[in-house]
Design a protein around this ligand. Structure first.
Ligand code: COA
Length: 189
């Protein structure tokens, strides 16, 4: 499947609002230009370090782990990177498609501190939702720390609801909240 092609690559953006269009969404914000692209080998070291150090996920995110993801098919995983005009890494997002139950599982989403709150995260999230839906997905899931108020607010603002609390979910013993959003109408019997 070529669903990954729907991702906007190379769409430079400026402005303050968020616009949507048929092939996804793009962030338009003032100040530094940023674009969202599919992850490439050149992004691997920065993305790996960011996921481990900023998002606190230290397992299975070495450069070679992420490189394995890049070898997956376009309908199995979508890996996005935000970068500034000069190619500086600005953030990462990733979603895996679970074909056994037609759902997407968001693995990570995060931006460097100075570029938060400018709709870039929403654009990445929308691209992951569109990709999951185009694959045939019914729902999309994400887990985040029960105390991660800002992240929970971000997902709630984007149509996610709390679905469950996962006790002792993280390797450090922390609890998670599992949030989901339905992205296609339920099949009727
Ligand atoms: C969560 C995150 C990906 C959201 O992306 P973003 O581009 O900052 O968010 P957007 O600008 O698209 O949306 C703004 C909304 O996100 C939420 N938000 C979460 N963290 C925020 C932050 N640091 N700054 C501003 N908004 C934030 C708010 O609900 C905000 O809504 P509001 O403007 O009504 O207050 C980003 O802030 C981030 O990288 N945070 C740190 C890592 C993290 O928590 N990742 C998710 C958990 S795994």
């Amino acid at each position: 499947m070529q669903a990954g092609n729907a991702v906007i690559t190379g769409a430079w953006a400026r402005g303050r609002e968020t616009r949507s269009h048929r092939n996804g969404a793009r962030a338009i914000f003032s100040g530094m230009e940023t674009r969202i692209v599919k992850m490439r080998p050149r992004h691997l070291p920065d993305a790996s370090r960011f996921i481990a150090e900023v998002l606190g996920e230290r397992r299975n995110v070495t450069t070679s782990d992420l490189k394995e993801y890049l070898d997956w098919d376009d309908d199995e995983v979508l890996l996005l990177v935000a970068e500034t005009a000069d190619g500086t890494f600005a953030g990462v997002a990733g979603v895996v498609y679970e074909s056994w139950n037609d759902t997407g599982m968001i693995e990570w989403i995060g931006l460097v501190e100075g570029l938060r709150g400018r709709s870039i995260g929403t654009s990445m999230l929308n691209q992951m939702i569109d990709w999951t839906r185009e694959n045939g997905g019914r729902k999309i899931y994400v887990d985040t720390g029960v105390d991660s108020e800002k992240a929970i607010a971000f997902y709630s603002r984007n149509g996610f609801s709390r679905e469950a609390v996962l006790k002792d979910w993280y390797h450090d013993g922390g609890d998670a909240v599992l949030m989901s959003r339905r992205i296609r109408e339920a099949a009727t019997a």
